[in-house]
Design a protein around this ligand. Structure first.
Ligand code: 13P
Length: 261
């Protein structure tokens, strides 16, 4: 952790209507305002984006999309381009979420193209990386995240680093069947993520915010947030209601503030 803000956000996955997403942003801002040294974000489904963006104006809350296609346009029924997201006013696009990789066959090579397309459209990128259970069982967490980063960020220029955020989300720790990761495991792999960023970009690789996600909740958020290597938390289920979002954020931010003071 340097002088970066504390990042905190939620991925709604396939939940929330446009009305619910808009209400969420509105309630969130009412509860938290625009706290200093903090960057809040929400990542609703596509259909909610325009409404959430409208509600988020002047709140400081970033609204992100969950995915996009790498092509600029074309016969890709059901897909959304980077330019469409940019025109919708989103602040960020999440790329490479574990569920996209696992359930929809998203490859590192496709992610490389998506990263390039997002950059061309001027979008900020939240790039998710993390090993699955089998890779963990074979002890190749470090190699896995290094491969994911090196391919997705191939030809990524240092000048574009201010537009990159990385989230470490071990596949086995995410969602209903997920097991919360031990702090030592998070620290081990986060260290390798940082080292890979430094390999790729030199000291500029130190500036990329690194978030942690995977079954983060009120009980464990404090331990993850305290880690020096972790700049913020990326939460699913525990933050799908504003009350939960606020509680986990407040506990995590307090822990980070205490750890760095
Ligand atoms: P959970 O917090 O529900 O495990 O989900 C995390 C996640 O996938 C965030 O992108």
């Amino acid at each position: 952790m340097t002088d970066r803000p504390f990042y905190f956000g939620t991925n709604f996955k396939m939940h929330q209507t446009p009305t619910e997403s808009r209400q969420f942003v509105s309630d969130l801002h009412e509860r938290l305002g625009s706290p200093d040294s903090v960057q809040l974000f929400v990542i609703p489904p596509y259909t909610s984006l325009v409404w959430a963006v409208e509600e988020a104006v002047d709140t400081g809350i970033w609204v992100g999309a969950q995915n996009m296609h790498f092509a600029e346009r074309g016969a890709f029924t059901g897909e959304i381009s980077a330019a469409m997201l940019q025109a919708a006013g989103v602040d960020m696009v999440m790329l490479g979420h574990a569920e996209r990789r696992q359930l929809f066959g998203e490859t590192d090579a496709a992610l490389h193209k998506k990263v390039q397309a997002a950059l061309r459209a001027g979008l900020r990128i939240l790039l998710c990386v993390g090993e699955n259970a089998e890779e963990k069982a074979f002890g190749i967490e470090a190699e896995t995240v290094a491969r994911q980063l090196k391919i997705a960020l191939h030809n990524f220029r240092s000048d574009d680093l201010p537009r990159l955020i990385v989230a470490y989300e071990p596949v086995w720790s995410i969602g209903e069947g997920g097991t919360p990761a031990g702090v030592a495991d998070v620290e081990y792999t986060a260290r390798h993520i940082r080292a890979t960023l430094v390999t790729l970009f030199g000291t500029a690789g130190q500036t990329v915010p690194l978030l942690y996600g995977g079954s983060v909740n009120l009980d464990n958020c404090v331990d993850y947030a305290r880690l020096d290597l972790i700049d913020g938390l990326f939460v699913g289920r525990a933050a799908w209601q504003v009350a939960g979002y606020v509680e986990v954020f407040q506990a995590g931010f307090a822990a980070k503030t205490e750890a760095t003071s």
